[in-house]
Design a protein. Sequence first.
Length: 143
Amino acid sequence: MACLSIAVVLGADVFFTVVGRTALARASDAAMLEVMAHLHAVADRRMPVFGVAGLVGTGLLLALGPQVRVLAAASLAAQLLFLALYSRFAKPINVQMISALRTGAESHAARALQVRWESILVYRSILLGIALCALLLALTKEG
């Protein structure tokens, strides 16, 4: 379950890295703000379940799989670094974009927020890739 949960979040980040960034760059400021504010609002409510499942599953493997402790610890560390990046950079931007849409603020300012949000996508994807690979390796050694 942890692998699948990490893969869901990784897939979302890779999608936005590869497809979303380019598509949003071609959209008007107002359209970009409307779509991304709604996406952030929904994702901030629904995606944490996947993050928690990944962390809990990895934590259980760390506790119950002594022969794979190093790999499980590496996966957990990568997930926690991802969470730190999200909490420090992405979440505050999500809140600002949602607020801008609700209050009718100038949409051109949202473009700069979106660029900042996108600036950590590659790092987030790398961290989750490391987390997933370490966890998969741990599971192959465990079995």
